[in-house]
Every structure is written in structure tokens, then in C-alpha cells.
Design a binder for this molecule. Structure first.
Ligand code: FES
Length: 197
């Protein structure tokens, strides 16, 4: 027959065991997603294709992966951002992406992507290679001018790019940001490196 102290001790043991098991479950769930974002060091150093799980990417979020020792941004744009891209051609140097070296043919449009909402880009400014700052909100909300359509701002010498990486007129950068070769394995997985699979 257990006395009251025995019962209390047993209850405490059960609470501790349940908490530890819950913690293990949370870690196990998060590992596959993180592993898919960070391929092996060997694959990265050899410039092998990099497969990325985009199933958990929400609107407005970025994933960053390494491919050929370069960072690659994968950005999910909102419908409002996509609508904006159709409105601003007159302030851009190359709105239709006519400079062939800046993107694969299959991303040549004002979205500069295979699927409109998923934007894949090498974030090196085409002036001298700095990484631009994200200024995603429109107008003066992030220190830009009132007419800012949302995009990327290079802090080194002031180049500006829209949310498709298209360069603005009258800035030092001469061309749009580079789009790497990439392809969809299915709706939730992209591979960076090959043009098709
Ligand atoms: S490196 Fe970006 S503006 Fe010069």
C-alpha cells in the first residue's frame, strides 16, 4: 500500500519522463528540414547540385543555401509583391531580362522565376559583389524613399534592385542580379545547379 509521499514521488517521476520524451520528439521533427537546407560539406565544396526542401517556406520568408561556395536566396513572394513587379518597368534598366547572361532562358520574364512566387537568386550586387540588404516593404517604412516598390538595396555604393533582382536606372550596378540554374523535382523540392532533371 503506497502512502501519500510515495504517490507524490511517483507523480514527479512521470512528469519528468513526459517532458524529456516531448523534447526528443521536437528535435527529431526539426532535423530533416534543417538537414535538407544544409547539404554535406563535401557536396558544397565540390559544387554539386543542392537539393532544397521548400515545403515549409512561407510568404515573405527566405531560405539560404550554399551552392558552388555562393549563397543562394530562395524567397517566397506574396501576390501583392508580384503585382508590383508588373508596374515598375519604366524605372528599370532591363525589365524584360534581355541580357542573356543574367538568367537561364526559362526564367526570362518580369518575375525572373519558374514559378512566379518562388524567386531563386545569387545575391551578389552586379557592381562589385556586395550582398544587398533586404528592403521588402514598400514606401518609406524601411528608410527608403516614398516611391520605393520593395526590393534590395546595396549598402556599398547604393545600387537598388526590385523583388525580381532587376536593377534600377541611374545606379552603379550595370545588370540584374544573377539567377542560378535550377529545376523543380516536385512542388516542394528544388535542385540548384542543373537546368532540368
Ligand atoms: S557593390 Fe553594390 S553598389 Fe557597389
Amino acid at each position: 500500500m503506497k502512502n501519500e509521499d510515495d504517490i507524490k514521488r511517483e507523480r514527479r517521476r512521470l512528469i519528468v519522463a513526459t517532458t524529456v520524451l516531448g523534447g526528443i520528439g521536437a528535435v527529431a521533427c526539426s532535423v530533416p528540414f534543417i538537414a535538407s537546407m544544409f547539404p554535406s560539406a563535401r557536396a558544397r565544396s565540390e559544387g554539386a547540385p543542392v537539393e532544397v526542401d521548400i515545403s515549409k517556406l512561407e510568404e515573405g520568408q527566405f531560405l539560404v543555401v550554399l551552392w558552388q561556395k555562393k549563397p543562394i536566396w530562395i524567397f517566397k513572394r506574396t501576390k501583392a509583391m508580384l503585382a508590383n513587379l508588373e508596374e515598375i518597368a519604366d524605372i528599370l534598366v532591363d525589365p524584360e531580362s534581355d541580357v542573356k547572361t543574367q538568367q537561364p532562358d526559362y526564367t526570362k520574364s518580369h518575375y525572373r522565376s519558374i514559378k512566379p512566387e518562388i524567386f531563386v537568386v545569387i545575391p551578389f550586387c552586379t557592381h562589385l559583389g556586395c550582398i544587398p540588404t533586404k528592403k521588402l516593404l514598400t514606401g518609406a517604412q524601411q528608410g527608403m524613399d516614398m516611391n520605393w516598390p520593395g526590393g534590395f538595396y546595396c549598402p556599398c555604393h547604393g545600387s537598388k534592385f526590385d523583388l525580381a533582382g532587376r536593377v534600377f536606372k541611374s545606379v552603379p550596378a550595370p545588370t540584374n542580379l544573377l539567377i542560378p540554374p535550377h529545376a523543380y523535382i516536385n512542388d516542394s523540392r528544388i535542385v540548384i545547379g542543373p537546368d532540368q532533371i
